[in-house]
Design a protein around this ligand. Structure first.
Ligand code: TXA
Ligand code: MG
Length: 332
């Protein structure tokens, strides 16, 4: 009858998961794989550990963290209410790449939520994060495991490069299946607001709860910052300058011997020879495949000693919305 009990009996945690759980229980920091990107996890109830997450990432304290749990029952102590829309979304998309923002109880510290009256919660869908969350039996606060503002990690090696010497353990779960962060959705009394497009598409969400309010819902920049503190115009950025082009042929005329790289959605452009390096995300134009490869390809271009990266935009639908959002911020 209860499949979660069967799973707990059948799949006992690996030695690596047990070690990670012990470190988290002792207040340490563990990088953990999820289906979206790797997270930098800490016990959300241990304020010293949470403070270290901000310090290690160089993340401003005004940018709140997502709290990760293993199953739905663990959400209720942290939220004042769990409206019907949230229930329907949880049924449909959890575990999975959807984060719900709901009014919080005092059990979750203001440090985690950056003093917001709401908490962001997600149940990730990755066998290793599931096993870890079930074993540790704690809510785990976890931002993406990259330095603040930089490219999100989709492999354990990406985490090691940026944070390896600053954290206590890296749990390796292979490359992330989805490849872009979760969709962040605020549930309010009168509906739902999209705070960040991500791994669950807007179309799929609207099919379950009807129309969702899209940004900008606020008239001023500071209102918007209050609604979604982490959605800074600049984010996910490579060190190399990045510009957007709807078609690679729209390339800004480059002077001299600039080494230019291309991040292409599907087609190798006619002007192939103009590029020192080309990453094609999906030869067949599959947005899922493109998302899964996106951050790693951006990192490879960033490491290729280029003067400029030109990125082709995606169709503004499905996962293309999340990918365009990341591109725009990387290009700012
Ligand atoms: O897929 C993901 O969401 C990954 C994995 C590790 O779960 N996590 C992630 O975390 O992307 P982070 O910290 O890089 O992005 C979290 C976003 C930020 O934009 C933050 O401002 C927003 O969620 N957020 C968190 N709590 C919030 C709250 N209470 N109200 C509004 N936005 C919130
Ligand atoms: Mg992040």
């Amino acid at each position: 009858m209860s499949s979660s009990i069967d799973n707990a009996v059948l799949v006992s945690p690996s030695a690596e998961v047990l070690r990670a759980a012990q470190i988290l229980q002792a207040g340490g920091l563990v990088a953990l794989p999820t289906e979206t990107v790797y997270g930098l996890g800490a016990n959300a109830l241990n304020l010293d550990a949470v403070a270290r997450v901000f310090d290690v990432k160089g993340r401003p304290r005004f940018d709140p963290l997502i709290v990760h749990v293993a199953e739905l029952e663990q959400v209720f102590p942290f939220v004042v209410e769990f409206p019907q829309a949230a229930q329907r979304l949880a049924e449909q998309f959890w575990p999975g790449p959807l984060t719900l923002v709901l009014p919080k109880t005092d059990t979750i510290s203001d440090l985690v939520t950056a003093a917001a009256p709401t908490v962001a919660i997600r149940i990730p869908d990755h066998p290793i994060s599931q096993s870890l969350l079930k074993t540790v039996q704690l809510p785990i606060a976890a931002p993406s495991a990259n330095l603040f503002g930089r490219i999100s990690p989709t492999t354990a090696d990406h985490v090691r490069e940026q944070l390896g010497d600053r954290i206590d353990y890296i749990l390796d779960g292979g490359p992330c299946r989805v490849g872009v962060e979760s969709t962040v959705l605020q549930i309010t009394a009168d509906g739902a607001r999209l705070l960040r497009p991500g791994g669950v598409t807007l179309e799929a969400i609207e099919a379950v709860i009807g129309p969702v309010e899209l940004p900008p819902f606020a008239k001023t920049v500071s209102d918007m910052a209050l609604a979604s503190p982490g959605m800074l115009p600049q984010h996910y950025a490579p060190r190399t300058r990045l510009v957007l082009a709807n078609q690679p042929e729209e390339l800004p005329a480059t002077e001299g011997n600039l080494r230019v790289g291309l991040l292409a959605f599907r087609s190798p452009p006619k002007s192939k020879d103009a590029f020192a390096s080309i990453e094609i995300l999906s030869a067949t134009g599959d947005l899922r495949e493109a998302a899964a490869r996106f951050f790693a390809a951006l990192r490879r271009l960033d490491a290729a000693g280029l003067d400029l990266i030109v990125a082709q935009t995606f169709p503004e639908e499905g996962l293309g919305r999340a990918l365009n959002d990341r591109l725009r911020r990387a290009a700012t």
